[in-house]
Design a protein. Structure first.
Length: 328
C-alpha cells in the first residue's frame, strides 16, 4: 500500500482544513435559505479539529457572499457524523474511518448514516503513540498491565486505536482511560504510561509534551502490516512521521493514519457546496486558510481531493470534482 508522503512539509500547531456548508431545507439547527448560517462541527476545545473548523468558518463568512458561518466544538469525529446525520449541523470534519463505518451501519453505528455526504479530503490524521524516552514500552505488545490514555471519550482517536488493539488481541490486557487533552500532563506526571492521539503531523499538544519531558513515538506500522490490519480496515494506510517534527524525536517513525474529511448533510444546497469548494481551492481561499490554519493546507490538493472516498459524494462536490477533471 502506498504511503502518504508528509515529508515535504513541517506543520504548525494542531490541525488543518475543513470546508463547507450550505443553505438547507428548514430543519432545526440548520440554515435558513433566505439568510443561511452554516454550523461546522470540530472537536475538543483548543484541539486540532476546532482550529481547522474555525478557520473554515471564517473563510466562508468572509469570502462567500451572503453566507454566515460559525464553528462548534464536539466530542470528536463520531459525534460529528451523528450530528450531521441528525440535521443538527450542516457540516463537520470527520475521520474516514467513522464515515466508512457510518455509511455501512457497522461498528458503533447501529443504523446507516445515509444522509451524510463526502465533500473532500482535508488532511491526514496520523496515529501518535507517545511514551517517555525511558519507558519500557518499545512496541504495542508492551502495554500489557499499563494504564494508557486512548484519547478523548468517544473521540475518533480513541476509536482508531481501539480497532488496532482489538485486532492485535491486546484489548483487555491494559487499563484504558480517556484523558483527552489532559493526556499530555498525565504522561508527564506519571499517571499514564502512554497516550494515543490522532492529529495531523506536527501536533501542538505533542510538541508540548516533548518540551515538558523527553519522549519517544512507538512504531505502529510494523504490527499493523504484519497482522493484516490494512486489509481488514481499508480506510487506514501507512504514514511516516518525519524526523525532527517533535523535539528530541530525531528519526522518522512509521505509523498508520486515516483521512480527515469534510462532510455535509445531503440537504445542503449543491450550488453552495460547489461555490465553497471552488473558493477553498482558489488562490485566495488557500491563502486565507494557510494564514488561519497553517501548513497542512498543503495536503488539500487536487490530487488528494477524493482521497478516502468511502461514502456517497455530495452533488455539489461531484460537480466541482468533475469540473476539475477527477474521475469519480
Amino acid at each position: 500500500m502506498q504511503k502518504f508522503n508528509v515529508k515535504s512539509w513541517l506543520l504548525s500547531s494542531a490541525a488543518v482544513v475543513v470546508l463547507l456548508a450550505g443553505a438547507v431545507v428548514s430543519m432545526p439547527g440548520q440554515a435558513n435559505a433566505a439568510d443561511p448560517h452554516i454550523t461546522i462541527m470540530g472537536g475538543q476545545t483548543k484541539g486540532s479539529f476546532n482550529r481547522v473548523v474555525s478557520g473554515w468558518a471564517a473563510m466562508i463568512a468572509k469570502q462567500i457572499p451572503g453566507v454566515n458561518a460559525s464553528s462548534k466544538g464536539s466530542a470528536g469525529s463520531n459525534a460529528n457524523i451523528r450530528a450531521v446525520q441528525a440535521g443538527k449541523s450542516e457540516m463537520a470534519l470527520a475521520f474516514a474511518s467513522d464515515l466508512y463505518d457510518g455509511a455501512k451501519g457497522i461498528g458503533v453505528y447501529k443504523t446507516k448514516t445515509s444522509d451524510v455526504r463526502y465533500l473532500t479530503f482535508v488532511f491526514a490524521s496520523v496515529g501518535h503513540f507517545v511514551v517517555k524516552v525511558d519507558s519500557p514500552i518499545k512496541r504495542l505488545a508492551d502495554i500489557k498491565g499499563k494504564t494508557i490514555s486512548l484519547g478523548g471519550p468517544g473521540s475518533g482517536s480513541a476509536k482508531n486505536i481501539t480497532k488496532m488493539f482489538k485486532h492485535l488481541g491486546l484489548w483487555g490486557t491494559f487499563k484504558d482511560v480517556y484523558a483527552g487533552k489532559k493526556s499530555s500532563d498525565q504522561l508527564v506526571n506519571g499517571k499514564v504510561a502512554a497516550y494515543n492521539w490522532h492529529p495531523g503531523v506536527g501536533s501542538g499538544m505533542i510538541r508540548g509534551t516533548a518540551n515538558a519531558t523527553k519522549i519517544r513515538l512507538i512504531d505502529m506500522h510494523v504490527e499493523a502490516k504484519a497482522s493484516g490490519f490494512y486489509k481488514k480496515f481499508p480506510y487506514f494506510e501507512p504514514v511516516t512521521i518525519p524526523a525532527g517534527v517533535y523535539p528530541g524525536v530525531d528519526a522518522p517513525v512509521e505509523t498508520f493514519g486515516t483521512g480527515s474529511l469534510l462532510v455535509a448533510h445531503k440537504s445542503v444546497s449543491a450550488d453552495l457546496i460547489y461555490k465553497i469548494l471552488k473558493q477553498a481551492y482558489s488562490a485566495e481561499g488557500r491563502k486565507f486558510l494557510t494564514s488561519a490554519i497553517g501548513g497542512r493546507v498543503k495536503q488539500m490538493t487536487f490530487a488528494n481531493g477524493n482521497r478516502n472516498l468511502v461514502a456517497p459524494m455530495h452533488p455539489g462536490a461531484v460537480k466541482f470534482w468533475k469540473e476539475m477533471g477527477k474521475k469519480l
